[in-house]
Ligand binder design. Structure first.
Ligand code: ADP
Ligand code: MG
Length: 666
């Protein structure tokens, strides 16, 4: 079970740091509970019973008349249930939520007693650790306590580390795992405690050291030299129906100087949805082809791979460069024929999904790999490409991402990559106008939509659901579609959700694309890859449930054609503070970078990249935004360490990151 948390050694336990702290030093009266806050409460059991409300659950109401608090348990046994006899005392600690029937706690930590005098209160802060199924906080706390005792005799932990402030590692760890009294609360919560500051620096330094070593490793082999990208870019531009933007030109120049060098390019191109990353990559692929080499373009989904194949074939036909497509599903003979063209070097340019390339595709003269829309393409994958070039050379790597990653995060996450930004959209696009509307105005929204559809426009209607089950999501989407069909009887309404077979999904998409349906009800499955230029309105129901990144991706589905587009974000009251600011952010800007920055501030980096709570590439204590000012001096320190203290560097990496080769496999 511990291994699920990445905990295999005593050292791992030591560096499994608290996510946050709880202050259980005082009891909060039921009348003073605040929505969203943790509280320690004490009251008598009024009633306890088991009910089915969606799920089987034990519901215990404790009360301090006239106030009550509902405790809900989804996992419980008969003994637990029996303990909650009416009149007995309960002391519970948990996060308070105001539900429809008043305040409640779900699965609080609790004790039951006949007399309130039996309860104890601790004045120390309680650390809260990241957990895995099967291990609860108290057990983890005891294990970490034991690890701290053993750590006292570890020589490496006791060693002084050059260039880092005190306290030393071990006292710093002690201060975080077993904080002194509640007087340290504020410092700890804000991350300003000297022990945190020390460990944050250690972790960021380890991270920088690791990235530097990996970058060196990727670059141990030379790369094929591809001179004069500009000439290829000009040739491509000559056959395109548009001119490059200034931003595209600048990025092409940056890539050009990388390709002309003898060492492999490691470059990330960032640009918002629609900024035109594909043609930039295409210029580089053309340069490779003209120099007699091969290049590969990897896309995350079959749909995107197909789109790329169609575009590239069109662009390259007049330039007489052939494009090969490796589809996921192909007849064996066809597949082998195409693979043979790749391995013999006849195919200069190959497009497919990441999955296709992961199965062994052999190249003859691979000089360039373009990776589209894949932030999971980590250091490990970059390393794996190292010797795929001709005669053990290393191909150039170009990674394209529309997930706008703020600079502060990029310098941590992609410290081994050079970064180019396409910060300009092609001319002629009108930004999507966004309005935020209460669910109670649904009828007005429907009237507007009906009008727009009669005028020939098309609409996405996105259902956002909170259930974690595909099946319930699908049912709810079906119900929404039914209701809309009833409300808008003269419109043709389509429906896509995650439970549809892929042929059915494709058919629905095709109907929408060719205008057979005017309104498409969809779950968030339409987030990626869908391109219907005539769809110019998007309605998102219960938009307050979605994160900013997801809202931005969804909204990117409209605003692709000539018509001015609208996005309607419907919400249900009551709104939490953060939901309110998310909606306001969406209303006030369409700039992906601003949205990403706001997202980072509201939610923290772990969630931005859809990773677990442990954060970006497993950062345990550092937070790229909050700690961004610390990074530049640590980059210098990292260079100095690699020069003068390579052994310390190895140890620090092992301490914070683990195995370098495993790094980036998050
Ligand atoms: P993304 O950066 O999201 O991958 P694409 O490369 O798919 O964007 O480009 C979006 C659309 O804009 C495509 O249809 C592409 O042909 C078009 N496009 C790219 N560059 C320009 C430009 N400079 N002027 C006009 N249209 C462009
Ligand atoms: Mg793209």
């Amino acid at each position: 079970m511990l291994r699920n948390l990445g905990l295999e050694t005593i050292g791992d336990l030591l560096f499994h740091l608290p996510l946050r702290y709880q202050d259980r030093s005082h009891v909060t009266a039921l009348a003073d509970l605040v929505d969203g806050q943790d509280a320690l409460v004490r009251a008598r059991v009024e009633v306890a019973d088991v009910r089915y409300a969606g799920r089987r659950q034990l519901r215990v109401v404790i009360s301090d008349p006239p106030r009550g608090l509902l405790l809900r348990f989804f996992h419980f046994n008969a003994g637990q249930q029996a303990a909650f006899a009416p009149g007995r005392w309960v002391q519970a600690f948990g996060s308070v939520r105001f539900g429809t029937s008043g305040p409640e706690m779900v699965h609080p930590e609790y004790r039951v007693a006949d007399d309130a005098a039996a309860f104890q209160i601790s004045d120390a802060l309680t650390p809260i650790y990241p957990l895995t199924a099967g291990i609860a906080q108290p057990r983890l706390r005891r294990l970490i306590e034991a690890a701290l005792k053993l750590a006292a005799s570890d020589v490496h932990l006791a060693a002084q580390l050059p260039g880092l402030p005190s306290p030393d590692s071990l006292p710093a760890l002690r201060a975080l795992h077993a904080p002194a009294g509640a007087s340290e609360t504020a410092l700890l919560i804000e991350g300003r405690h000297p022990a945190q500051q020390r460990l944050i620096r250690e972790e960021l330094l380890a991270h920088q050291l690791c990235m530097r070593l990996l970058r060196r490793q990727v670059r141990t082999r030379p790369a094929p030299q591809l001179a004069d990208l500009q000439r290829s870019a000009d040739a491509l531009e000559a056959v395109l129906p548009f001119r490059f933007t200034q931003a595209q030109r600048r990025v092409i120049a940056e890539i050009g100087s990388d390709l002309a060098a003898r060492r492999p390019m490691l470059r990330l191109v960032q640009g918002d949805v629609g900024s035109g990353k594909t043609v930039v990559a295409a210029s580089a692929m053309l340069a490779a082809a003209r120099a007699g080499y091969q290049s590969a373009l990897m896309a995350p989904t079959e749909l995107l791979a197909e789109q790329h194949y169609a575009n590239l074939s069109l662009w390259f036909a007049p330039l007489e460069v052939e494009v090969e497509y490796l589809a996921g599903k192909m007849k064996k003979a066809e597949r082998e024929r195409r693979l043979a063209r790749v391995s013999s070097g006849v195919a200069p340019l190959v497009v497919g999904t990441h999955a296709v390339f992961q199965q062994s595709v052999a190249f003859d003269r691979l000089a360039l790999v373009v990776v589209d829309e894949q932030h999971r393409f980590g250091v490990q994958q970059r390393l794996a490409l190292r010797d795929k070039g001709p005669q053990g050379s290393s191909p150039h790597q170009l990674i394209m991402s529309a997930t706008p990653i703020p600079r502060t995060l990029a310098q941590t996450l992609y410290a081994d990559l050079d970064v180019s930004v396409i910060d300009e959209l092609p001319p002629g696009r009108t930004p999507v106008a966004t309005v935020v509307v209460n669910n109670s105005k649904r009828d007005e929204v429907l009237a507007r939509i009906a009008e727009a559809c009669r005028a020939g426009r098309q609409v996405y209607w996105v259902c956002t659901l909170i259930e974690e089950s595909d099946e319930l999501d699908a049912q709810a989407a079906e119900a929404t579609a039914e209701r809309l069909r009833a409300d808008l009887a003269d419109l043709r309404v389509g429906l896509v959700h995650g439970r549809l077979k892929s042929e059915e999904k494709d058919a629905q998409m095709r109907d929408f694309k060719d205008g057979s349906t005017q309104l498409l009800v969809a779950t968030t499955v339409i987030e990626v890859g869908v391109d219907v230029p005539n769809a110019s309105i998007m309605v998102i129901e219960n938009a307050e449930r979605l994160g900013l990144a997801q809202l931005h991706q969804l909204r990117g589905r409209v605003g692709r054609g000539a018509t001015a587009s609208q996005c309607v974000l419907m919400y249900q009251m009551p709104l939490s503070e953060s939901a309110r600011s998310r909606l306001e952010t969406m209303r006030s800007t369409t700039d992906g970078f601003k949205i990403a920055q706001a997202d980072l501030e509201l939610r923290g980096p772990g969630e931005i990249l859809g990773r677990r709570q442990t954060g970006v590439v497993g950062l345990k204590i550092a937070e790229p935004v909050r700690d961004s000012a610390l990074i530049p001096p640590l980059q210098q320190l990292a260079d100095e360490w690699l020069e003068r203290y390579p052994l310390d560097a190895q140890r620090l990496i092992a301490r914070w990151v683990g195995d370098v080769e495993k790094y980036g496999q998050v």
